[in-house]
Design a protein. Sequence first.
Length: 426
Amino acid sequence: MTEPFSDQHAAALDAADPLSALRAEFHLPRHGDGEQAYFVGNSLGLQPKGARAMVDEVMDKWARDAVEGHFLDPAPWMPYHELVRNGLAEVVGAEPAEVVAMNSLTANLHLMLVSFYRPTRERPAILMEAGAFPSDRHALESQVRFHGFDPGTDLIELEPDEPDGTFSMEAIERAIATHGKRLALVLWPGVQYRTGQAFDLEAITRLGHAAGAVVGFDLAHAAGNLPLQLHAHGPDFAVWCHYKYMNSGPGAVGGCFVHARHARTTRPRFAGWWGHDQASRFRMGPEFAPTPGADGWQLSNPQILSLAPLRASLELFARAGGMGALRARSVRLTGYLEALIRERLADTLQVVTPREPERRGAQLSLRVAGGRERGRALFEHLARHGVLGDWREPDVIRISPAPLYNSHADILRFARAVDAWRGGGA
């Protein structure tokens, strides 16, 4: 057995990595008498062990203090969303006033589009990637129709120009140049959900703005996965979820970024009471005076029970030393996964995610040789043996080593399970 496929090699890699200890801070799913090798943090992150205490704190306060819980320590509910503000700003590279945890991803996307998609007869178009996650396409198409324009001509879906469904930066640049005079908005992912390709957000922002368009990002697969510099790179807005790499639970509260230059914008918005300036909110006046910054897009009271697990997750990001340290570990983990595939499994698995580390996050998207039926057979074999990835039609298994809790030993277990299957093992 070659060295990368040995238990000793994987164990040595884990022992040499100080962040390996963070695995103990998560509940790992069980398989038989042991732990599952869980690679689905790109869909639902694992539960931090500290999350239950955070939720219990809210439940105990509710039982003990009822409505007074809005005002009494610890962690009063009135300013509760502020407890995650600084941590979120660190994760996405923003100023604290530029971020807010609220609603859900697609609801936040619609709220941002109300303010930042302002089509005119001359500039009605939105540029997005072909094959986007359906929720984004549904949202954008419905917004185009809502404004009285035609998605057939005004929702421009750029087709990938590279093998395996990825996009070159040159293709994005050409599309913006070609359609620039008609573009009202460029809406692009931070990481493409199916291929795992990561994009140069700074370059896309610069190109979009130079063409006179607003630029926004869906960071569902990028937040907590890649180091982001939203303030410095300057997009107008971004939205994301917290149930993937941010480990905040199913249906977790979403996240939103609005750049500081829009902190006091006069752009239209859908307003709600909780977005009203805090100093005068309880005067209950009829006129809406928005809170400066991202908080001004809030509609209703913070979702306290949904915010509680996010507090626990952000504590672990801080303990890890921030996204720089986690990204370095992620590069090592995903690089080990790729090395094992290329050494022994290349006749079975084709990596469709870009090979360059700067063009991908934690996820490798793997096409199984032989088509969909054989791919499903491998996927089900892995699940039977306690190795869980996820399936994306028509032929892709996504494997995402999350740096907060996955290990080199997990990755070796995946590779061995594939190797056994290709050799005819049960």
